[in-house]
Design a protein around this ligand. Sequence first.
Ligand SMILES: Cc1ncc(C[n+]2csc(CCOP(=O)(O)OP(=O)(O)O)c2C)c(N)n1
Ligand SMILES: [Mg+2]
Length: 796
Amino acid sequence: MLELERRSPPETTVRAGNRTHEYLAALEQKVLWLACWTIHHANHVRASRDGLKVGGHQASCASIATLMSALYFDVLEPGDRVAVKPHASPVYHAIQYLLGRQTEDKLARFRAFGGAQAYPSRTKDSGGVDFSTGSVGLGAAMTLFASLAQDFLHERRLLPEDRPKHRMIALVGDAELDEGNVFEALLEGWKHDIRNVWWVIDYNRQSLDRVVPERLFTKIEDFFWAVGWEVVTLKYGKLLQAAFAGPDGAALRQWIDDCPNDLYSALTFKGGAGWRQHLEQDLGRLPGIRTLLAEHDDGELARLMTNLGGHDLELVREAFRAVRDDRPRCFIAYTIKGFRLPFAGHKDNHAGIMTPDQMGEFKKRHRIADGREWDRFAGLDIDPAELESFLASVPFGQRTDAHASAPIPVPMALPVGRRARRTSTQEAFGRIMGELARDDGELAARIVTTSPDVTVSTSLGSWVSRRSVFNRADRADVFKEHSLASSQLWAGSRRGQHVELGIAENNLFLMLAALGLSGPLFGERLIPIGTLYDPFIARGLDALTYASYQDARFLLVATPSGISLAPEGGAHQSVSTPLIGIGQPDLLGFEPAYADELAEILRFAFEYLQRDDGGSVYLRLSTRAIEQAERAMTEELRAAVLAGGYWLRRPAERAELALVGMGAILPEVLEAADALADDLPGLGVLVITSAGRLLEDWRAAHARRTRGEAPSAVIEQLLAPLAADAPLVTVLDGHPATLAWLGSATGRPVYPLGVDRFGQSGDIPDLYRDHGIDAEAILDRVALACTERARRGAVA
Ligand SMILES: Cc1ncc(C[n+]2csc(CCOP(=O)(O)OP(=O)(O)O)c2C)c(N)n1
Ligand SMILES: [Mg+2]
């Protein structure tokens, strides 16, 4: 166990003269019991209906029980926010239960439908989970961005001035630091000089598969220092520290320091006899060690040798309470996976669950009588009334649940600026943002934009030039000061409304997650808008999922998209993102073709992302400038654009075929329609603005029909004028499956065109040709559709 860094332990500030420590020690025991029992109950007591293993992680819980007890029962303030390592969910729920914030019923249904969740969940757990966790590494990084969001609200004076800044705390498994997103976040945090973040690392030196190599953490610690964090290492508990101070104690310390992690783990598992044998063999020549061995029986020796910092309640409390400033802090707490459980230290213990016999022993040790397993105070030596009143005084327990925040009013229409005859959806977005930047309304004041180094190339430049980059220190634009020409004037300011990020899409989504939860976390809403290149959604997709899973609300503007960015080539061409727009829960995808559609969708989005039953919105935009539709935005058109589609050219009654297009390829669709005017008079052109919205609506209509109602779906209404067997030829610059389902909605055959291969550099005519989404390809499909329809007709 390589020593990380030896620093003098902080001054003790444990409240003296009262029984706090005694209460905490009892609660720590109870937390361990309840967490283990919750898992045991789910696996061995509750009846299984499907034969599946329920699971749970007693070893992971045991290693962090002390740290979490110290935090929740002693250190946390009500406003602090915590991301709990995923596998400590039962510990979290046990603590909430002891504080009266969780029910026995939910614990008894741990990992069952409606019960306490396998991993802490903001949206699915009761009892106020601050940040969901589950995908390792993301919870830790989330706290860093939450702190940045808190700073943003403070500097923008959106929070009461007397409200202190709270700590954003992550309880992190040591293996989580293998995730690259953690380091991306740390670097970004350094750039933004983040404060008030604590990461408490449960350094049990075990991951899922194995015992981790000892040298790794020295590198990790160096990294924390390099990015300005204070590192506090809690290696040895007070028992071991006392032994080190005794005769030949230095040799004992050296022996443990030199002990490889896997040997230390193995000896922990073997217990007292194992330690004795090794110590006799290696240090038996030293009189001090011989005395120590003689004075400790096997049980005591095991207790001494496993007395690591993260299991020493007093030491842990002292370390937490010694913090007096807002520097980011990393506590590296040495622990033992499965501490005080029969599989302590065993390398295979990650998913290990005590057998019923082992649980029987464990229960005896905790002095729990049959039937009293859920009793909050059973087996403790302290008067329950005293404990109850101690628990009632715990600061964290005073927290009231999620903040309510007033909605931000959205104007009836957004300022759209100059109307262009030809424009792209990206340009139109930039223009609206530029207009909003001049606006002194509430909406514009609450918008915060962010982008991973593609601010200019996603058309946020004019917004940022006016609203400036968020920076805790005011900073002038040096180019401007030196009178150097630049169209982007980027001063940094405390009041800035754009958070500039380095190129790390994970960070973008975590930033959006934090800004998008500012209402529930801090009581003040923001309207976050993140921009990136559409193909790079995939780079941060898990973080996007994480943001959505927590019900963070934001607007994601992805541009450019598809092969329509032509010369930029295959590496930048997104293919399957429209399917993300359909498939990602709580993220509503739109792909407008025209600027006037975009303005309506944006306005809708600002409202939708504030609605209780709303969600986030994803706009897939393009740099391809196209001829704009000459029209007025009627109420009917607006409703149709938002519902997911409208007829750009209305079909004749019982038209025999229809063209359906989405996004930047509309010119090709119209070109094909013109070419077909003679052969197929009355041919309609349907524009899809949101495949996801149509699909959702269609399925909702089915659900209502099963309940005996008779609604028709929007897609059914849209296609109703067509002949019952009229084929649809669908086209988009994206995966053809996006629109291929449209036919089955109304029993009409579909001929889906789209992109399903990686592309290459080229111009639009060449690329559209190559991928079969140009007018000629559309005409070919129309011909096929007509032939096959005629053949079917003949057969019928
Ligand atoms: C992104 C992601 N990959 C893989 C997993 C599966 N997984 C769950 S826990 C774990 C190892 C956890 O080890 P550590 O963080 O040290 O936690 P502890 O030892 O405290 O259980 C892995 C690989 C996951 N939850 N998330
Ligand atoms: Mg671990």
